[in-house]
Write a protein of this length. Structure first.
Length: 154
């Protein structure tokens, strides 16, 4: 069973994020434009927190297995957006990501959106396996695939 710890310190989250993404060059380049030091991870978290994102560290059997950032109400459509999901590499390919997304959906009364860079096929395939559906494409200079996860409670 997945459990959530809703408010670890940003310093702790930055350490997990730094460790878990150290070999995910495509994610790091996409988010930062380069391979960042841990201090930049902390600044990254503070920026998203300032925009209203809620961070969660997800646990399974007391082991940290995933990290998420969810924006509860985006200014664009007043809906929730999954901004980031990172699964601990030790626990990948075990259904953790889908379980976390299922838990996020259980807490929502409406749909949840996500956006991924158009060229990141692996990311959109992962979200598709977790119940997200293609919604559209946005962006001018850089295109993003917008996905939506319907909520069964609707």
């Amino acid at each position: 069973m997945i459990e959530k710890w809703t408010r670890p310190s940003n310093e702790s989250l930055a350490e997990f994020l730094f460790e878990w993404t150290s070999n995910d060059e495509s994610w790091l380049i996409e988010e930062f434009g380069h391979i960042p030091p841990i201090e930049e991870m902390l600044s990254y978290l503070q920026t998203y927190e300032g925009m209203g994102c809620i961070f969660r560290l997800w646990l399974k059997d007391d082991n940290p297995v995933a990290f998420t950032a969810v924006l509860p109400k985006a200014p664009s459509n007043q809906k929730s957006w999954l901004g980031t999901i990172v699964v601990n590499p030790v626990f990948r390919e075990r259904g953790i990501g889908k379980s976390v997304i299922d838990e996020i959906m259980a807490d929502k009364a409406n749909v949840v959106f996500a956006g991924v860079p158009y060229e990141q096929n692996e990311w959109s395939l992962f979200l598709g396996k977790c119940g997200f559906e293609q919604y559209g494409v946005e962006g001018e200079k850089k295109q993003y695939l917008v996905l939506v996860h319907p909520n069964e409670k609707e």
